[in-house]
Design a protein. Structure first.
Length: 301
């Protein structure tokens, strides 16, 4: 229970801090943009992006003291064991993640829900795909370190790992369900709190809630189960990166058709349709059966 209490304090501090400092950060960039046009693109961001970036900054800034309070002081405590011993796991995970959503994209094209449509060609397309790959690797590493290495790892210290897996996956899904509210007419000290409340407005939209939130929960379960099964984060990082690549590239390579049924195929983000649920359950089933087969081999040996 101590880990749960520390976790609640950690998240409470992040949300409270982000709500308080976001208006000041917003006005800081407005001032910088007045004196230097290079800051203008950042100054034009909607306010909810400032809130979101403050959340990320505080989450990273507070991570070290949070880890220390949990007794986590080494990389291996997060599941980041020496790479030389497990270098094959990340590529294997990536291939499964990439292949599962590639199959989804091919089915969408085959059944007429999407058509192949390259927004760019040549060097521009290549740069976009390289950018998607880089983003996938960075985001997968950071999120797996935080949600599986820290969150799941901390919870399973004092709880049965299936309970820790359920709770960490639920938190993972909830924190990925932020909406994008309109910028308030006037930004003041309370605007961060108002925007944060609005960012959770998606929970009142049933069509957005189901199946997207359920799918995000399954994603968390799969990634956490992979961590539990392998004993390190590398397979989970690769799997996550393969999925993120398609989340970033799906709109670059295809576009929806008028015949697309949103409840099956989603609204263009892959993760918000029921077919994605089937694909994710198939991936979990594959990993679960593979794990059982390996256990049987060890028992026989």
């Amino acid at each position: 229970m101590r880990a749960v209490g520390l976790l609640l304090i950690y998240f409470f501090g992040i949300f409270l801090g982000a709500a308080l400092i976001a208006p000041w950060v917003y006005y800081l960039f407005q001032s910088l943009a007045e004196g230097n046009s290079a800051f203008q693109p950042w100054a034009n961001y909607p306010f909810h992006r400032f809130v979101h970036r403050c959340l990320l900054f505080l989450a990273i800034f507070g991570l070290w003291p949070f880890l220390r309070s949990l007794g986590i002081r080494q990389w291996k405590d997060l599941g980041l064991t020496p790479v030389a011993l497990h270098y094959k796991k990340a590529p294997a995970g990536f291939l499964i993640g990439f292949g599962s959503l590639a199959a989804f994209a091919l089915m969408a094209v085959f059944f007429g829900a999407r058509t192949i449509h390259l927004r760019h060609t040549g060097n521009t397309l290549a740069l976009d795909l390289v950018g998607a790959t880089f983003t996938a690797i960075v985001v997968a590493f950071l999120e797996e370190s935080l949600f599986r290495g820290v969150l799941f790892g901390a919870l399973r210290k004092n709880n049965p790992w299936p309970h820790a897996l359920f709770l960490s996956s639920a938190i993972y899904a909830l924190l990925h369900f932020f909406g994008k509210p309109e910028t308030p007419i006037a930004i003041n000290w309370s605007s961060g709190f108002v925007t944060l409340a609005s960012m959770f407005g998606g929970f009142a939209d049933w069509e957005m809630l189901v199946p997207k939130l359920f799918n995000l929960f399954i994603v968390g379960v799969i990634l956490g189960f992979a961590f539990q099964r392998t004993g390190n984060l590398y397979f989970s990082i690769g799997l996550h990166a393969g999925w993120i690549f398609w989340l970033k590239s799906y709109g670059l390579l295809t576009k929806k058709t008028p015949e697309m049924t949103t409840w099956i195929w989603g609204r263009g983000k892959i993760i918000d349709g029921w077919l994605a649920t089937v694909v994710l359950l198939f991936v979990f089933g594959f990993l679960f059966i593979d794990n059982q087969n390996k256990k049987q081999c060890l028992d026989v040996a």
